[in-house]
Design a protein around this ligand. Structure first.
Ligand SMILES: [Zn+2]
Length: 445
């Protein structure tokens, strides 16, 4: 049943955030092609009206990034609220509602990008507009809103380009982006994860070679595909779990006890698996080491030729700091000895920010006041986001993924990301807007 924004959001700020989210969803920014310029132009007008200095910076004309700044009265730290406005595609045939309708139904705003991540764009934007319109200016430092294009295909025209080509326009001490904040319950307590790092991506081609021949005489050649098949089967195994920095910190915070060695990890993980197997699978296991996922195979280009080479593409994700040599070692350990080659294409070393910082303290104190009894726990993103480029450009900055979701928890929202029927709970969009408007008043003083 359709309903008005005023019935799902209690405050003026909440109504504004929900309306902005609806507007954002109704603008198709599926990347590729993205076409972010038109919505960015509109947001620029809104932010200028609230007193921000706004620039659109574009590597390609239709792929504008927005940088809005509210300068403080004295020197001090720079806080950046970061978000991307592009989305992945959606197939309307798989959805119960129009992916670009932005309908408000039973308390949820429906549409592609509602969770990843137009909901956070709307919350950050509403907070900035509300702060600016009341005449608030940071007593110290500066508040920035950076809305990027092109995140979903890696940020070459978005965050990466901004950080490499215009570092002075986006320089930051504290950055908040996507990747954390959706809560979960454990042993009767609500916990909010914040993402302090992201894994690296290493895409490897594992190749076997043989000898071509006519497919009507199977033994005339040497079939590379048949040599590859047992290697693919071996990829059903994962490299062993390890006591990684992020994995240990996460498990230690969950149970409030030191987790340093592998036996500590195993003990904590067993406890988590027995309480919430899905949390163990979604949050803990992917950050406890390297993962390998075969995603694509190719062999002969012709139906009647025995393939002389065959390959499987392996998507390998490694904890922050690990390089190509580490990836190769782990792939070889899983495959074992044999007659194959490994060649790397994409290689991105993951990075991290320290878990302890003024920014983490400010988030924690906001949770204490807003959701008493709840806790904040460090985690890492198994995926990739714009945070990577900000950490790389500004190594001293604290860059975290955090946007609070209290009622639409992690286990509900994680499957909607890049999936069908993506929708954001309006009351959580309101909560996030309250958080993003409170934070600058805590940090920039
Ligand atoms: Zn995203």
């Amino acid at each position: 049943m359709a309903e008005g924004t005023a019935t799902v959001a209690r405050s003026e700020l909440g109504v504004l955030a929900v309306q902005l989210l609806q507007r954002l969803i109704r603008e198709d920014t599926v990347n590729p092609p993205g076409n972010e310029r038109r919505i960015q132009q509109e947001l620029k007008g809104l932010l200028e009206g609230a007193g921000f200095e706004v620039e659109l910076l574009a590597a390609e004309p239709e792929r504008a990034n927005l940088v809005a700044t509210l300068e403080g009265e004295a020197d001090g730290p720079g806080l950046t609220l970061l978000a991307h406005v592009d989305t992945v595609r959606a197939d309307p045939g798989e959805w119960a509602q129009d992916p670009w309708g932005g309908e408000l139904i039973d308390g949820y705003v429906w549409g592609r990008g509602a969770v990843d991540m137009k909901g956070q764009v709307a919350a950050e934007l509403a907070a900035c507009l509300a702060l600016g319109r009341t005449g608030w200016r940071p007593p110290r430092g500066r508040l920035r809103l950076v809305i990027t294009a092109d995140e979903e295909t890696g940020g070459d025209l978005g965050a990466r380009w901004l950080c490499e080509q215009h570092p002075d326009k986006v320089r930051s001490d504290f950055v908040l982006n996507e990747g954390g904040g959706a809560s979960f319950e454990l042993e009767g307590r609500r916990l909010y994860p914040y993402a302090v790092g992201e894994k690296g991506i290493f895409r490897a081609r594992v190749r076997t070679r043989g000898r071509a021949g006519h497919a009507s005489q199977p033994r005339i050649g040497e079939n590379a595909l048949l040599k590859l098949a047992p290697l693919i089967a071996r990829l059903n195994e994962q490299p062993p779990l390890e006591p990684t920095v992020e994995g240990c910190a996460f498990l230690a915070a969950l149970y409030d006890q030191p987790v340093e060695r592998m036996d500590d990890v195993e003990r904590a993980l067993d406890r988590l698996r027995s309480e919430s197997p899905r949390l163990a699978t979604i949050l803990a296991e992917p950050i406890l080491g390297t993962t390998l996922t075969p995603t694509r195979v190719s062999a002969s280009q012709k139906a009647n030729i025995i393939p002389s080479s065959a390959e499987v593409l392996v998507d390998c994700r490694q904890p922050p700091g690990r390089d190509t040599g580490d990836a190769q070692e782990r792939i070889e350990a899983v495959l074992g000895p044999g007659d194959y080659e490994i060649e790397f294409g994409e290689e991105v070393v993951g990075n991290r920010s320290p878990a302890g910082s003024e920014l983490a303290d400010a988030i924690r104190s906001w949770i204490d006041e807003t959701d008493s009894g709840a806790g904040l726990v460090p985690s890492a993103m198994p995926g990739f986001s714009d945070s990577h480029w900000f950490r790389q450009a500004f190594p001293d900055a604290s860059v975290y993924g955090f946007c609070p979701q209290r009622d639409q928890g992690l286990l509900d929202s994680a499957p909607l990301i890049h999936g069908a029927d993506e929708r954001a709970l309006a009351s959580d969009v309101e909560l996030a807007a309250r958080f993003f408007s409170a934070l600058p008043r805590r940090l920039l003083v």
